[in-house]
Design a protein. Structure first.
Length: 462
């Protein structure tokens, strides 16, 4: 059914870029809708502190997941031939298996020695990390491969299956005697079930090894050609992922379990626009970037995307911002209002991150690997510094300072990424002026929502 729906979209008379974007957005919407509907049930089964372990485990999985494919998966859309792409797929897949297996052995040794680094309620949960890293690596690998082949409907359908299994497992396990593992199992399904859906693709590529269609010389040649990806991109991604997970490591360090739960649910909802629109646009933008660069159309495509993001993402999120605490309290339950209060600080950060996540691939398209690495070093330094300032001087506002500073630094470097393809600050100003009527309406609605949230909160109780 989902495949037929996305195929129908492809029949409309619009360019391939937006056909692909709409097709992927439809399935991404279904995936996020499932999470949106299921979350109120989950938050009424589990308390905020029940998410403490899963918050740190998810941070570890995404942190170590950076190493899973040596970042060769990111190079697949830029390959000059299908053979190169197949070889990179095999290299990344083999390393993912080896790395996750080695991580499991390392954790087993540390467990035997009685060494524990994190404040987990159940230290045995640490063994979910290598499982998650293995799935995380293969899901990213499959995602980039299908991005190259423009089979975006497969990416979208896998996201729907991931959402169904994640929400279903958390709700189902919540009513059993082993409910304690519900949030963790749900997270594992959320990041990994796409592997099951695309198992046929993995099998077809592995056959290349056993039928001798690729040689050792082929492997060496491809590794030499794309050596910059593990050399620069690996370190860059490591710092990027670490900076994303900093607040969870911080809350784990101070043993604020309820805070971890509030932050995790706030981040879950903040990911909806990321996955619904930004991720779809980003993947299609990256999938077509080589052709657009060769044809000289990259500047125009990027400008068009900026215009649509301003209308579809920036304005709606900013208008929603004043209502976040009341909406979270009403929708998730009265214990979850702090998530909504955090959301007010997260929204500007998410807007900046959406823009940067889409246009940061300009660094790769223009072969500016060293510049991209320097950007991530600066971002990590800036975000880490904001946590230190908050912790030592404004303890109760640490996360708020962190997200405000994060928004600022991402907006700065998004401008840098756009400047690479000759989009200036003046161009951005012209874009806002071209939408002046919509901007004025949004400002009026925003002011109205601020007034309602401050003076008449009872009007918002459903």
């Amino acid at each position: 059914m989902l495949t037929k729906l996305t195929d129908r979209v492809k029949g409309y008379k619009i360019n391939d870029f937006y056909k692909s974007t709409i097709s992927l957005s439809i399935t991404s919407f279904l995936a996020q809708f499932i999470i949106f509907v299921g979350t109120p049930l989950i938050t009424r089964i589990y308390a905020p502190h029940d998410f403490a372990d899963v918050s740190i485990l998810s941070a570890l999985i995404q942190f170590f997941g950076v190493f899973a494919t040596l970042r060769y998966d990111n190079a697949i859309p830029l390959c000059d031939s299908d053979k190169e792409a197949d070889i990179l797929f095999l290299i990344a897949g083999i390393f993912s298996v080896a790395f996750s297996s080695g991580l499991f052995i390392l954790l087993l040794i540390l467990e035997k020695l009685g060494i524990h680094f994190f404040n987990l309620n159940n230290e045995n949960f640490i063994y979910f990390v290598p499982i998650g890293v293995f799935l995380y690596g293969f899901v990213n690998l499959l995602s980039f491969y299908t991005t190259r082949t423009h089979e975006f409907n497969k990416i979208g359908v896998s996201r729907v299956f991931q959402s169904i299994t994640s929400v279903g497992s958390q709700i189902g396990l919540g009513y059993t005697s082993i409910s304690i593992v519900g949030p963790i199992v749900g997270y594992i399904f959320q990041i990994g079930f796409g592997v099951i859906y695309m198992l046929g693709l993995i099998t077809s590529k592995m056959k290349l090894l056993f039928t001798n269609q690729v040689t050792k010389a082929d492997f060496k040649e491809v590794i030499r050609k794309f050596i910059k990806f593990p050399k620069f991109s690996l370190l860059e991604a490591l710092m990027q992922m670490f900076s994303f997970q900093l607040p969870f490591f911080y809350l784990n360090m101070i043993n604020d379990q309820a805070g971890s739960g509030f932050l995790m649910n706030a981040m879950k909802f903040s990911q909806i626009p990321m996955l619904l629109v930004a991720s779809s646009i980003s993947q299609v933008y990256y999938g077509h970037i080589k052709n657009n660069l060769d044809n000289g159309t990259l500047h125009q495509v990027a400008t068009d995307i900026l215009n649509k993001l301003y209308k579809l993402i920036v304005i709606p999120l900013l208008v929603f911002l004043p209502l976040a605490p009341v909406v979270f309290e009403t929708y998730l339950g009265k214990n979850w209002r702090p998530s909504g209060e955090l959301m007010q600080w997260i929204i500007p950060y998410i807007i900046a991150l959406i823009f940067y996540s889409i246009f940061s691939v300009n660094f790769y398209a223009k072969q500016k690997f060293a510049a991209s690495l320097k950007v991530q070093v600066t971002i990590l330094f800036f975000r880490t510094g904001s946590l230190f300032v908050g912790y030592f001087f404004f303890r109760q506002l640490t996360l708020q300072i962190y997200f405000a500073c994060s928004a600022f630094i991402y907006f700065i470097f998004c401008g840098y990424a756009l400047n690479i393809i000759n989009i200036s600050l003046k161009d951005l100003g012209s874009l806002i002026y071209a939408n002046k009527r919509l901007t004025l309406i949004a400002m009026i609605v925003f002011s109205l929502f601020v007034f309602i949230a401050l003076w008449y909160p009872s009007y918002l109780k459903f």
